[in-house]
Design a protein around this ligand. Structure first.
Ligand code: HEC
Ligand code: HEC
Ligand code: HEC
Ligand code: HEC
Ligand code: HEC
Ligand code: HEC
Ligand code: HEC
Length: 273
């Protein structure tokens, strides 16, 4: 949604004001959904949660969207979500409405504003099925999705082809997606760290992590995944043919004075500075 602006920056203060009515509206519809959930679940122990929805709307099926959104419907068959099949009473055709909610009100109004959900404004529609991700984004170090700063669609394309932005079937394009926002990590660096070829995900969790900087491991274990640790004598440890015996107890490999330039360096082959 904010892809044209610098996505690293928080949206300007006016952003919330412009969208305030929508937030209020969505809050209302989620409240309605919550009430429906408690009614539906009373008397049973099933962990059944209704999808977020516009109050009063019903499912109409994806064919109804074609008339007005043909550029999206035309390519939708190539998206993984187009293969989803609903179960239960709404088994018509979940396609578009699995993420956008029941659309009868939207269709009948000819596409009036605020008659349909947009997951870019609230990722609850995604969490409805991917409920494990609500937890990932709530971890102490996570991408700020749902705070109005970053959306799922910054990294995932919902409507066509591979769900990963930049059709990331190759690692290079997976990195490209990250580098559109994280320019300092791009380089070019005179001294490359070859780990970058393996991709950002060899060290970072994409959604969130308990570790600082969304790292997959909190300490030297991160680096020792690839860098062999050798016992060169009684109590002596070498990494990359350099004696590291006393270094490892001083902190992480990338703390001050050691390999700070983990993404690549302009001055040092041992990736300092
Ligand atoms: C009669 C025409 C019409 C039909 C049918 C229709 N739409 Fe729309 N839709 C519009 C118009 C007009 C807009 C507002 C302008 C725009 O964003 O293109 C819109 C906007 C949207 C938006 C963006 C809303 C927002 O606030 O960001 C979504 C999502 C959407 N439609 C989904 C659907 C889905 C899903 C279907 C099928 C179930 C559907 N539409 C059927 C006309 C239609
Ligand atoms: C996997 C969830 C998902 C499914 C399934 C899905 N959408 Fe979307 N849709 C999104 C997200 C996320 C956005 C906001 C990001 C964007 O604009 O690409 C969006 C935005 C839109 C918009 C407004 C932006 C625009 O480009 O005009 C329309 C219209 C729309 N979707 C229609 C559809 C239609 C029609 C279908 C079925 C053919 C569909 N969507 C299926 C997630 C989904
Ligand atoms: C109706 C349930 C449903 C909703 C809503 C939904 N998804 Fe999915 N999604 C699925 C299923 C099922 C899969 C396939 C899982 C698998 O094959 O392991 C999937 C797969 C994915 C994948 C992985 C695709 C791949 O190629 O491996 C991504 C990324 C994804 N969804 C993102 C989203 C986003 C972003 C949204 C909200 C805009 C969303 N999903 C909404 C059910 C849903
Ligand atoms: C900063 C980029 C980024 C954002 C933002 C992001 N994702 Fe992802 N997501 C990824 C990457 C990269 C992977 C591939 C992870 C892997 O292969 O180990 C992934 C994997 C997935 C998967 C498949 C694996 C799994 O964990 O189930 C789903 C589903 C998914 N994302 C959904 C979402 C949803 C929903 C949102 C928004 C609430 C979202 N993502 C936001 C980058 C992102
Ligand atoms: C659409 C823009 C965007 C994309 C794409 C993106 N990020 Fe981010 N990233 C952000 C924002 C915004 C922050 C939060 C910065 C802040 O809080 O100051 C962030 C923070 C981070 C942080 C630092 C977290 C911390 O605790 O300081 C890491 C590491 C990171 N992203 C890695 C990645 C990786 C890996 C990818 C690709 C899978 C990626 N990012 C894709 C926007 C993006
Ligand atoms: C070899 C492991 C490794 C790889 C590969 C890697 N990173 Fe990192 N990254 C780190 C470490 C370690 C830190 C923490 C550095 C620190 O705290 O000084 C970090 C920090 C970051 C930060 C936060 C920077 C800051 O100043 O707070 C961002 C953003 C980031 N990485 C993005 C990326 C992106 C994008 C990629 C892929 C192009 C990537 N990283 C690949 C290890 C890695
Ligand atoms: C995904 C695998 C991988 C990970 C994880 C990884 N590296 Fe590397 N690193 C390599 C490869 C491959 C090379 C180049 C071959 C070599 O020198 O071993 C390299 C080279 C280096 C070099 C340069 C050696 C020289 O003198 O030329 C340093 C320093 C280094 N890595 C430090 C780190 C640190 C610190 C971490 C943890 C933040 C780390 N690496 C994590 C794969 C990795």
């Amino acid at each position: 949604m904010n892809n044209s602006a610098d996505p690293i920056q928080a949206p300007p203060p006016s952003w919330f004001h412009r969208h305030r009515s929508k937030f209020a509206f969505l809050a209302l519809s989620f409240a309605a959904a919550a009430i429906a959930v408690s009614c539906a679940t009373s008397g049973t122990n099933r962990g059944f949660v209704l999808a977020p929805a516009i109050p009063g709307a019903e499912y109409v099926g994806s064919d109804a969207c074609e008339q007005c959104h043909d550029t999206i419907t035309k390519h939708f068959a190539s998206a993984p979500h187009a293969r989803l099949i609903a179960q239960g009473p709404n088994a018509v055709d979940v396609g578009c409405e699995s993420c956008h909610g029941p659309a009868s009100v939207h269709v009948e109004s000819g596409g009036a504003a605020r008659t349909i959900l947009n997951p870019d404004r609230n990722p609850e529609s995604c969490y409805h099925c991917h409920s494990n991700l609500r937890g990932q984004f709530a971890l102490p170090h996570a991408h700020p999705v749902g705070e109005g700063r970053l959306t799922c669609s910054a990294c995932h394309s919902p409507h066509s082809g591979d769900a990963f932005a930049g059709t990331a079937s190759s690692l290079t394009s997976a990195n490209e997606a990250c580098l559109t926002c994280h320019k300092p990590q791009r380089g070019p660096h005179i001294f490359e760290h070859e780990a970058m070829r393996e991709g950002c995900l060899s060290c970072h969790a994409p959604h969130g992590s308990v570790n600082q900087k969304m790292l997959t491991e909190r300490n030297a274990v991160l680096c020792l995944k690839c860098h062999f640790q050798q016992q060169t004598g009684p109590g002596r440890i070498a990494i990359g043919a350099i004696d590291h015996t006393t270094f490892l107890s001083r902190g992480t490999c990338w703390s001050a004075g050691c390999h700070e330039a983990v993404h690549g360096s302009q001055v040092s082959s041992s990736l300092r500075f």
